[in-house]
Design a protein around this ligand. Structure first.
Ligand code: NCD
Length: 299
């Protein structure tokens, strides 16, 4: 496997199967609270996040801790020498001099490419933890691993599942990356549901929520990504794309509702106890999947 994980196109069925198996093993090991003896103690990692994050950041930290890898946080970029005008390239040259792995989340899509050139020349590992509104491949990987597990439990067949992506498709890197992975894996049909100004770039049919909900096996909910701008929130009512009681009553009895989180008001909290709510499980699978991914990149 290549040493870097940068694009959703790297997600294959083989990788999903490998991550599924290994993440299940890690979960059992973690719950036993015995030393997992994974022998990665000689590695060091750095998290470089210039955008807010709770889940991605902490699941990566927990994954590094689980593997025995020590880590540091780049911190606020304003406290780095970039504030004195240092280039992105020189910044990553420095990081890859000290660290074996850099986990990168950035609002500036081009930073990933610069960091990748440096990672390659230093033969080090770079992981894309969110690239502007473009890609979020580790989220797509954990979404697919979660689905693969539930697919087995729900007796859904790969190739004939139906998924809908609800909400802010155009600006949602998680939504777009999930759609791309699901499509590349050939798992089934995809439809998009959302306000017209937020679904302009969809290559999938855009359909009304009430029509799509009752037929979908997988419902991938997303929050409004106002931070990326471009469209005014006043142009639509996002509550029209929420799982209210009427929408919940349309869901299939064994539907799988996913959400990359954090949520806005599109999933009311009472739905968390519904047997079709899988997003809290999804975030847990994310921790073990990210640990399995780091391991695979280092082996
Ligand atoms: C997503 C992201 O940052 O793109 N969150 C995450 O990583 N779990 C989705 C979002 O912020 O809406």
């Amino acid at each position: 496997m290549s040493k870097c994980f940068l694009e959703t196109s790297q997600i294959t069925q083989e990788l999903v199967d490998q991550m599924n198996q290994r993440s299940k093993h890690f979960e059992v090991l973690d719950q036993s609270k015995k030393d997992p003896k994974l022998n990665f103690g000689s590695y060091r990692a750095c998290l470089y996040f210039d955008q807010p994050s709770t889940r991605t950041r902490h699941s990566f930290i927990a994954a590094l801790q689980f593997l025995g890898i020590s880590y540091s946080d780049f911190g606020d970029t304003r406290r780095s020498s970039m504030e004195k005008g240092e280039s992105i390239q020189d910044t990553f040259k420095t990081l890859f001099t000290y660290y074996d792995i850099v986990i990168l989340r950035t609002s500036d899509e081009s930073v990933l490419d610069v960091a990748h050139v440096v990672a390659k020349s230093h033969q080090k590992t770079l992981i894309n933890a969110g690239q502007g509104s473009k890609e979020h491949p580790t989220q797509a990987l954990l979404d697919c691993v979660t689905l693969e597990r539930e697919r087995e439990n729900h007796k859904l067949l790969r190739g004939s599942m139906s998924a809908i992506i609800v909400g802010d498709y155009d600006r949602g890197r998680a939504a777009k990356s999930f759609a791309m992975a699901y499509k590349n894996l050939g798992w089934g049909s995809i439809q998009v549901v959302g306000p017209a100004p937020l679904t302009k770039t969809s290559e999938y049919p855009v359909v009304p929520l009430s029509k799509a909900l009752g037929e979908a096996d997988i419902i991938y909910m997303t929050r409004l990504q106002s931070e990326y701008g471009g469209v005014s929130d006043a142009e639509f009512d996002y509550q029209d794309y929420a799982l209210g009681p009427k929408e919940v009553s349309l869901l299939k009895p064994k539907a799988i509702v996913l959400h990359p989180l954090p949520r806005g008001k599109e999933i009311p909290e009472p739905f968390d106890t519904d047997s079709r709510a899988y997003y809290w499980k999804q975030e847990k699978v994310g921790f073990y999947t990210r640990a399995a991914l780091i391991e695979a990149l280092l082996l």
